[in-house]
Design a protein around this ligand. Structure first.
Ligand SMILES: O=C[C@H](O)COP(=O)(O)O
Length: 246
């Protein structure tokens, strides 16, 4: 069975004090057997948390990176700057970046190449809008996003996040997730051959302490990308517990 991975995306939340309190509560409450755990605070908290999490089972992730190593890119952070801080994962192509910053599949792919080269594990996000699902275009959309966003020889993690399920409290149903996972796996194998069989696929979108166990037990779901519930230690620990048991 594939080892589960639980990724907490804090998005644009948290002061230094909040972040310290949250990781201290997480570290104090971790079960004896843990899945892979990644916490992705804002850039401003990475150095602080790198220190706090050193030697712990919680790895550090960033929420984005640039595609270049260095240069005239005001306000951006390169993959090498992240590894320099002890970061091991990076979320790329989140729908909030695609929507708010006009990020295209091609940019996501370039970032994934750069991140991998620097030694980071990219977590590439894809997902359809509500309109695309209702009009039955969701599989086409996801197929194109895989084709456009994942580089050749992709060795990272794929996160399926239906946009309509993010932050709405309305997670996709088990049937919807199961059907989509099957499609994504077939598509990965179609595009990458044997290598497509080993890419871990996460589900994201309103995962919480109550629904985590059933979502994580769906075939081929290798973990969860958690937004809101990752800001609450108790909720995030319950999700971690559900992954340990899955
Ligand atoms: O990156 C996380 C996702 O956008 C899910 O967010 P959510 O758990 O608040 O729905």
């Amino acid at each position: 069975m594939t080892r589960q991975i639980i990724v907490g995306n804090w998005k644009m939340n948290g002061t230094s004090r909040d972040s310290q309190a949250l990781v201290e509560a997480l570290l104090a409450g971790l079960p004896a057997t843990v899945p892979d755990i990644v916490t992705c605070p804002p850039f401003t908290q990475l150095a602080l948390l790198a220190d706090k999490l050193k030697g712990s089972p919680i790895a550090l992730g960033a929420q984005d990176c640039h595609k270049d190593v260095s240069g005239a890119h005001t306000g951006d952070i390169s993959p090498a700057m992240l590894t320099d801080l002890g970061v091991s994962y990076v979320i790329l192509g989140h729908s909030e970046r695609r929507q708010e910053h006009g990020e295209l599949d091609e940019t996501v792919r370039e970032k994934a190449v750069a991140a991998t080269k620097a030694g980071l594990t990219p977590i590439v996000c894809i997902g359809e809008t509500e309109d695309q699902r209702e009009s039955g275009e969701h599989f086409d959309t996801l197929g194109w996003q895989i084709k456009g966003s994942l580089p050749d020889n992709f060795s990272g993690i794929l996160a399926y996040e239906p946009i309509w399920a993010i932050g709405t409290g309305r997670a996709a149903t088990e049937d919807e997730i199961a059907e989509t996972m099957k499609f994504l796996r077939e598509e990965l194998v179609r595009q990458f051959g044997e290598a497509g069989k080993t890419v871990r696929i996460l589900y994201g979108g309103s995962v919480n302490a109550k629904n985590a166990a059933s979502i994580l037990s769906i075939a081929d779901v290798a973990g969860a990308l958690v937004g809101g519930a990752s800001l609450n230690a108790e909720a995030f620990l319950s999700i971690i517990g559900a992954a340990s048991a899955a």
